[in-house]
Design a binder for this molecule. Structure first.
Ligand code: PLP
Length: 367
């Protein structure tokens, strides 16, 4: 019988730090304070510090983080926002939720991140914000993107949902844009035991607006200055995140060690391996390979017990939800090709070296 290798074993991953998680949950349960309070304030301070920003505002999830950050930047109907054509749909949904217009830009076919050389062609008089996504834990080219934004008077707001503690030119993502949006969905590198998100920024006014937007548009109780939302980071999730943050560096190192084992073990195999930009220190949220007959390859791996996932099978512009925008197949061929060929191999902290070996052997013999 083959050894099964699940794509991700969240229970086992969190089991590495079970005692710390249990303590955090019991502390909040006993405190009587379940929304806001010291747990949220403490985590916000810790996450701002870890990601190199002055302020952190906890919110309900990653989609809200992107959405509220755009609102706080003043994005609304009539504005254009530049987004990668190759991303998880949340990046796009946050833009359309503001009533703004999506302007997709193709990725670099090597790194899968937004191609900075194509951004300027997409800028018009209506452009307001550029949203790079540090996809799969690989930082986008923030040097080039920041220079373009500066030249055209635009804001950069990066989607950091897959890139906790990754670095670009030695600096943590989260310290390189006007605002940075985070998700703490359980499967992310820093994951809660439920939904969670945050926005980091160095701008005190922006942080202030964000805090109001997520809390009924209110700063002082029962005084409502903005048409706000209810999107808050739960105290219990903040406590869990603080506990897990103590282990994040080590967990990211475990991810890197597995990625290294894959890169070394698969360098002479017929799959396209991930490419890391010269100035990037990735955090390997996902280890994504490409194969021309992806479905058959995935089935062969499944037959020997290696579970893989696809991030993502259909690009946002071809999703039924965006049919009204009128995009068609062929509009973003680089992204479409990536979506048709990518396959994510199992990679999570707590994965055994035996399991890594099983994956390497399986890919070697079945690619
Ligand atoms: C997970 C993710 C989000 C959304 O986060 P949620 O917490 O699930 O709302 C946004 N963008 C990217 C790139 C993501 O991977």
């Amino acid at each position: 019988m083959h050894q099964m290798v699940p794509f991700l074993d969240l229970a086992k991953m969190n089991g590495q730090v079970q005692d710390d998680i249990d303590l955090a949950i019991r502390r909040v349960a006993a405190s009587g304070r379940y929304i806001g309070g010291a747990e949220v304030v403490d985590f916000e301070r810790e996450w701002a510090s870890a990601s190199g920003a002055k302020f952190c505002v906890g919110v309900g999830n990653g989609l809200d983080a992107i959405h509220l950050a755009l609102l706080a930047l003043g994005v609304g109907a009539g504005d254009e926002v530049i987004v990668p054509s190759n991303t998880f749909i949340a990046t796009w949904l946050a833009v359309t939720r503001c009533g703004a217009t999506i302007v997709p830009v193709e990725p670099d076919p090597a790194t899968y991140n937004i191609d900075s050389a194509r951004i300027e062609d997409a800028i018009t008089a209506k452009t307001k914000v550029i949203i790079p996504v540090h996809l799969y834990g690989q930082p986008a080219d923030m040097t080039a993107i920041s220079a373009i934004a500066k030249k055209h008077g635009l804001s950069v707001m990066d989607d950091c949902a897959q890139s906790h503690l990754s670095r670009w030119e030695g600096k943590p993502v989260g310290s390189l844009a006007k605002a940075s949006a985070w998700s703490f969905y359980p499967g992310k590198n820093l994951g809660a035991l439920g939904d969670g998100g945050a926005v980091t920024t160095d701008d005190p006014d922006l942080a202030d607006r964000l805090r109001m937007l997520g809390n009924y548009g209110s700063k002082a109780k029962y005084s409502h200055e903005l048409l706000g939302y209810n999107s808050r980071l739960d105290s219990i999730q903040a406590a869990v995140l603080s506990a897990k943050l103590q282990h994040l560096q080590r967990m990211n190192s475990e991810r890197s060690a597995i990625a290294r084992a894959y890169i070394e073990g698969l360098s002479d195999v017929d799959v396209v391996l991930p490419v890391t930009a010269r100035d990037a220190e990735p955090v390997w949220h996902l280890f994504v390979v490409r194969h021309p007959s992806r479905s058959e390859f995935q089935e062969r791996l499944a037959k020997v017990g290696v579970e893989t996932l696809i991030h993502y099978p259909v690009p946002p512009h071809l999703q039924p939800a965006y049919a009204h925008l009128g995009f068609k197949r062929g509009d973003f061929p680089v992204s479409e090709r990536i979506h048709s060929e990518v396959l994510s191999l199992p990679l999570w902290p707590g994965m055994s070296s035996d399991q890594v070996g099983v994956v390497v052997d399986a890919v070697r013999s079945l690619a």
